[in-house]
Write a protein that binds this ligand. Sequence first.
Ligand SMILES: NC(=O)c1ccc[n+]([C@@H]2O[C@H](COP(=O)([O-])OP(=O)(O)OC[C@H]3O[C@@H](n4cnc5c(N)ncnc54)[C@H](OP(=O)(O)O)[C@@H]3O)[C@@H](O)[C@H]2O)c1
Length: 297
Amino acid sequence: MDRITLTDDLSFSRIVYGMWRLGDDSDTSPDHVRAKIEACLDQGITTLDQADIYGGYMAEEIMGGALTPQLRNRLEIVTKCGIVAPAGRHASAQVKHYDTSRAHIESSVDHSLRLMGIDHIDLLLIHRPDPFMDADETGAALDDLVQSGKVRAVGVSNFRPHDFTLLQSAMKTPLVTNQIEMSLGQVAPFTDGDLAFLQERRIAPMAWSPLGGGALMTGKGGHGPLRTALAALAREQGVDMAAVAVAWLLAHPARIMPVMGTNNINRIKVLSDAAKVDLDRQAWYQLYTLALGREVA
Ligand SMILES: NC(=O)c1ccc[n+]([C@@H]2O[C@H](COP(=O)([O-])OP(=O)(O)OC[C@H]3O[C@@H](n4cnc5c(N)ncnc54)[C@H](OP(=O)(O)O)[C@@H]3O)[C@@H](O)[C@H]2O)c1
């Protein structure tokens, strides 16, 4: 499994395993969660993606219950903060909102550390751009968290380029990634400037919902001809359709890190198959054309 260098002392596995759906699994026992993490590690997938809000503010605790110090030392743990929804410890919130204040970020990080039972977070992301953000306050809070050692690196998620440059302008520490939605079901970032902005800065993006949240696999969102082509390529290359859809992201020169979300242990065991798939320029464009629903101009 390839690795992506984010800072001098932090690198991620090219494929990341995400925990948004962890609490939806019928088995959330520590043994089962550990088995999923170990299935990732067996393939060189060492980076796990979390957020304070996942599972109604419960997913970090479920994962924490499965971690041992030995296991934690083999992992890079990403988590996010900034969304306040009326659930769990934020049940009293009157309206779903974003909070990028220093007090909220610091309190969220302390909760994340305690719930996961760890002494540092490898990467903290601001989950969504906050239209009420005071960039000077947020930037200083992120700088101070890195300085304190509670967080090794910081980044953002779902930020447009202008949101990114605003926050970065108020910080000393570099923002090391932007985690955005990107897949054959969401191709806008390939042409709307979001990916180009990160490439220009040599910042490797993370791609959430790389299988369109499953729609590319189940056909629930349509995608008939695209799914037929994915299935044909999968047969040719001896892998499953998911591997081909993820290989389409891996083939792009932006060094995209797909964040996979399956809870199915058999699917987890073959996540690294995507790295075996060979897609040349024409195969990439064949899938892109089907995703667009038209030939390129
Ligand atoms: N930053 C953000 O705002 C943001 C937003 C959303 C997600 N994320 C991150 O991205 C991660 C991945 O998101 P995601 O779960 O939507 O990713 P995904 O990998 O695109 O979708 C996973 C879903 O697809 C289903 N699936 C996978 N392979 C399948 C197959 N071969 N056939 C049928 N269904 C299949 C899974 O069901 P099974 O479990 O049954 O396999 C699961 O429900 C999350 O865990 C989270 O870490 C971040």
